[in-house]
Design a protein around this ligand. Structure first.
Ligand SMILES: C[S@@+](CC[C@H](N)C(=O)[O-])C[C@H]1O[C@@H](n2cnc3c(N)ncnc32)[C@H](O)[C@@H]1O
Length: 196
């Protein structure tokens, strides 16, 4: 088990260095949250310094957002950049999620810290907190089909990505209508909609 912790002061430099597609991934996550479905309440898993939450709230400015992250240091930075009524909670993705229903559950670059069974378990719990017409948007580092597409080196301990295909399947196993919405080498955005 690693004791690595993100440092909010150096976080964006780390992303620029290790995840060059970071801005495109955030944009693709934001794009995937749009559609006909009403978005009034959002859950952001692995909020960090608030970049994903900011991107998503730009698309849904009237929505209320609950953010969860296991790092109080990262959340204290997010509190400085997000609106005051955003509800940020210290918590682990492995633990029970905040009470739903949510119209949208979103997560960027956090779920790859869980192993395969941990991801599948999280997806079942996400499906359970989605409200009618709810959507799960997951943007993350993935294991690409072609090893030549690896951009971000992973240690296999703190970073344990899975393939996009496996994650779409685990979303489907959780009862969601799942698809790959965007991909660029070892980054992907997967979407799971709660069926009517
Ligand atoms: C790479 S940052 C992503 C933050 C933000 N979503 C973004 O895209 O910039 C990953 C965040 O997930 C959090 N995290 C990692 N594993 C976690 C876990 N098991 N439970 C809760 N938070 C976790 C870290 O503390 C960190 O803030």
């Amino acid at each position: 088990v690693t004791d690595f912790q993100f440092d909010p002061e150096t976080y964006m430099d780390l992303m620029a260095e290790e995840v060059p597609g970071y801005p495109r991934l955030q944009a693709a996550v934001g794009q995937a949250t749009t559609g006909e479905r009403p978005v009034r309440r959002i859950l952001d898993l692995g909020t960090g310094t608030g970049v994903t939450a900011t991107t998503v709230l730009e698309r849904h400015p009237e929505a209320a957002l609950v953010g969860v992250d296991d790092s109080e240091a990262m959340l204290s930075h997010a509190r400085q950049v997000l609106p005051g009524d955003v509800d940020l909670r210290v918590g682990r993705l492995e633990d029970p999620l905040p009470t739903g229903p949510f119209d949208l559950v979103v997560s960027a670059l956090a779920v790859h810290h869980l192993d395969g069974p941990g991801k599948a378990d999280l997806f079942r719990r996400v499906a359970a907190v989605l409200g009618p017409q709810g959507r799960f948007v997951l943007g993350d580092l993935v294991v690409p089909d072609d090893p030549a597409d690896v951009v971000t080196e992973v240690d296999g301990e703190f970073d344990t990505p899975s393939s996009a295909a496996d994650q779409v399947r685990w979303m489907a196993d959780a009862g969601l209508a799942a698809r790959l919405a965007w991909a660029d080498k070892d980054l992907a955005v997967m979407v799971g909609d709660l069926p009517p």
